[in-house]
Design a binder for this molecule. Structure first.
Ligand code: NAD
Length: 447
């Protein structure tokens, strides 16, 4: 059997995937993970890990993606700590059994639902928010009373190394084991029987994960991506509109699963929007974004080459400059984009925003529905009728009007995709549901 590299510390170097899962299952089977105190203790460890090592984590995020420390603190640390705090504040009440109404003809019977932990959970994380997307699913997994194998992305080398070391330091390896590595190590893990697999990344690997899970009838949550459209209606104030997608699109150099992927607008709105986007990009990143401390870098040469090839799909009305040695691609707006061109065939996942002209709202809805279901749909409009048509006549993981990404930031809303953008959901109480079995209990008295 293959040894799993990166499971040193309290785990033996020679541990195989089967041994790792076996140890975690043994812990689960003792029943210790079911108690509220145990769960609270694990969540407090996770919180302490983030708060006590903030500086080191921010330095690693800068090294991987040149993430601006203030932005990285907000997105990767504070946002994750807020999810822990919400869970700590509510876990006890979330876990309370929920009675259901019993029909009178059943007599003095009671019935309720209760959240049952699943067992051993595998969390596979991507590189673009390499800390948040590793830790956030773990919050739900531990809150629900499971033991965890955490598999960070091998592509975000610095953050994954620091996060792995800290997870080993803060957690008992019989509760949470980190396995570092890429496809080979993940394949070895996927051969094991888990009780839940939570995967964030692209759909190609999502299919591999799901096929492996099917062998053990293991449930999966797939947090995938896709091409999230932005519809700009003729009634929108283009200057205000332009500022808002700029932040959401070009943060982390566009490497965000819920970044606006492309804009749909009628020709007159598009003509007004493009100069407004140029003004907004200049206001946010200055005339030389390469020297802006607020603009990130592409993760590696492979993605840089993929992205620069997409620039040929239109005319760079804003930006277009790039520098391979620095993995820099300027915030770019493409016009004259043919819907059949390469930039419209795949998720962009970089700082390139195509503007595609459509005749009207009907055409925009048809355009969206002809393509895979996206993770997000955004629109800028003052018309409630337009919002209502978009929400009711299209399918996407979530929607936000007037401010992209708000559907993710809002506490209390579930986050997840549909169709090609994924399956399942999490955040807050929805994470508890994802990592638990909702058990039905009926109690008929004997006398
Ligand atoms: P990635 O390359 O880091 O891969 C994700 C994980 O899959 C990694 O841990 C990697 O080791 C593992 N992996 C890679 N190849 C594998 C294989 N053959 N078998 C098993 N495991 C394998 O990240 P990525 O996929 O490039 O991430 C970008 C994608 O993720 C985009 O499509 C983006 O939209 C999506 N994404 C979605 C969300 C969300 O929450 N829905 C968040 C971030 C990213």
């Amino acid at each position: 059997m293959t040894a799993i590299p990166g499971t040193e510390s309290r785990t033996r170097q020679s541990d195989t995937a089967a041994e790792v899962v076996g140890r975690l299952r043994a812990t689960f089977n003792t029943g210790v993970t079911r108690g509220l105190d145990w769960r609270v203790d694990q969540l407090q460890r996770l919180r302490a890990l983030l708060v006590e090592n903030e500086q080191e984590l921010l330095e690693a995020l800068w090294a991987d993606l040149r993430k601006n420390p203030a932005e990285a603190k907000m997105q990767e640390i504070d946002f994750t700590v807020a999810d822990i705090d919400e869970t700590l504040a509510n876990l006890e009440s979330w876990l309370e059994p929920r009675p259901v109404e019993v029909p009178a003809h059943f007599g003095p019977t009671t019935a309720y639902t209760t959240y049952d932990p699943l067992g051993v959970v595998l969390v596979i994380a991507p590189w673009n928010f390499p800390l948040h997307l590793l830790i956030d699913p773990i919050i739900g997994a531990l809150a629900a009373g499971n033991t965890v194998v955490a598999k960070p992305s091998e592509m975000s080398v610095h953050t994954s190394a620091v996060a792995s070391r800290l997870l080993r330091q803060y957690f008992d390896a019989d509760v949470l084991t980190v396995v570092e590595g890429g496809a080979e190590e993940t394949t070895a893990l996927l051969a094991q029987r888990f009780d839940q697999i939570f995967y964030t990344g692209n759909g190609t690997v999502g299919r591999i994960v799901m096929a492996a899970a099917a062998k053990h009838l293991t449930p999966v949550t797939l947090e995938l991506g896709g091409k999230s459209p932005v519809f700009v209606a003729p009634d929108a104030d283009v200057d205000e509109t332009a500022k808002r997608p700029v932040g959401a699109k070009f943060g982390n150099a566009g490497q965000q699963c819920i970044a606006p992927d492309y804009v749909l607008a009628d020709p007159a709105t598009a003509a007004a929007l493009v100069p407004a986007l140029r003004t907004a990009v200049d206001a946010q990143f200055g005339s030389t974004p390469q020297t802006s401390a607020g603009f990130g870098r592409i993760i590696n040469e492979r993605h840089f080459d993929r992205l620069t090839a997409l620039l040929d799909s239109g005319r760079a009305a804003v930006g277009g400059r790039h520098d391979r040695d620095d993995l820099f691609i300027a915030p770019t707006v493409l016009t004259d984009v043919d819907p059949a061109s390469p930039v419209m065939q795949e998720e962009i996942f970089g700082p390139i925003l195509p503007v595609v002209e459509v005749e009207d709202l009907d055409a925009a809805i048809a355009f969206i529905n002809e393509r895979d279901k996206p993770l997000a749909l955004y629109a800028f409009t003052t018309s409630e009728a337009t919002k209502s048509r978009l929400v009711n006549e299209t399918s996407s993981g979530g929607v936000a009007w007037g401010q992209p990404v708000m559907q993710l930031l809002m506490p209390g809303l579930p986050f997840g995709g549909v169709g090609e953008s994924g399956m399942g959901r999490y955040h807050g109480r929805y994470s508890l549901e994802t990592f638990s079995h909702l058990k039905a209990v009926a109690d008929v008295p004997l006398n």
